[in-house]
Design a protein around this ligand. Structure first.
Ligand SMILES: NC(=O)c1ccc[n+]([C@@H]2O[C@H](COP(=O)([O-])OP(=O)(O)OC[C@H]3O[C@@H](n4cnc5c(N)ncnc54)[C@H](OP(=O)(O)O)[C@@H]3O)[C@@H](O)[C@H]2O)c1
Length: 242
């Protein structure tokens, strides 16, 4: 598919995204690290019910996260949080992502948002992709009845906390096999203040996961901080796809 076709599809996709302030979801945030701490209060502020899934939900740090999210936020063991949720966001290190998914019980019918970045750090300091299938594909294979949507893995913590910190729009590439699930996640992403672009089914997750490596290697090696903004080209001449 050409870039032009991809962008045209993405804007069609945007037009049908769930409206801001639509249906309130119950969202389980699995893991209580930085990503869950960033998204919990933001989802709660949109009116969604937030449940943190933690191996030790009674810790003070988890209680503080529940307090920070406000509203009817709560914490529970990961499988208890997932059981109550419509949407499960997998905010755990890539090395344990498969084991964590296996411990969450039956995820059939639920959306799994996957922000996980698989990566190894070579001796020369460059981050690289582990020689395995993408995280999103592995998760989808482990939970075939669930709807995995890769999202948010390409952005920095600053941009997770505030999409406007960059002074320009930020694009969140999405992949997933189910169009309805992707539309729902697109609505959530847009309500949080980002743009979306649909990059295709979950088999293209390796491309989106690779975008993280591009961003982190330029940051670590060249000292420059990029966020992705896919700018629409207004006038385009027909091109041969190579
Ligand atoms: N941080 C970023 O800026 C950023 C940006 C883009 C994408 N991501 C991706 O988002 C995911 C989450 O990132 P994060 O920074 O929030 O991760 P993190 O700080 O490392 O936190 C991960 C959480 O996972 C839970 N967990 C469950 N099983 C675990 C195990 N066996 N070992 C260690 N922790 C376990 C822990 O919560 P409990 O102890 O409560 O169970 C822990 O707090 C990662 O895959 C990362 O690649 C991160």
């Amino acid at each position: 598919m050409s870039i032009r076709q991809l962008l045209a599809l993405s804007f069609l996709f945007l037009a049908f995204a769930v409206p801001l302030g639509g249906h309130a979801e119950t969202i389980a945030l699995i893991g209580t690290g930085d990503v869950s701490a960033a998204f919990g209060p933001r989802y709660a502020a949109l009116g969604h019910r937030v449940i943190y899934g933690s191996r030790s939900p009674d810790r003070d740090v988890v209680k503080a996260m529940v307090e920070a999210a406000g509203g009817d936020a709560s914490a529970a063991l990961p499988h208890e949080a997932a059981a109550q949720a419509d949407i499960v966001m997998l905010n755990v290190p890539w090395e344990v992502a498969e084991d964590v998914i296996k411990g969450l019980g039956d995820l059939s019918g639920k959306i799994i948002i996957d922000p996980v970045n698989p990566r190894v750090i070579a001796d020369d300091g460059y981050r690289d992709y582990p020689g395995t299938a993408s995280n999103a594909e592995r998760i989808q294979n482990l939970a075939p009845g669930a709807f995995v949507v890769k999202a948010f893995n390409t952005i920095s913590m600053d941009t997770m906390l505030d999409p406007h910190v960059n002074g320009h729009p930020v694009t969140i590439p999405l992949v997933g096999n189910d169009a309805t699930a992707k539309r729902k996640v697109a609505g959530l992403v847009e309500a949080l203040g980002y743009e979306v672009v649909d990059v295709g089914p979950v088999r293209f997750a390796h491309i989106v996961e690779g975008l993280y490596l591009l961003r982190s290697n330029t940051r670590d090696r060249n000292g420059v901080h990029y966020e992705y903004h896919f700018r629409l080209r207004e006038t385009a001449t027909p091109q041969t796809v190579r």
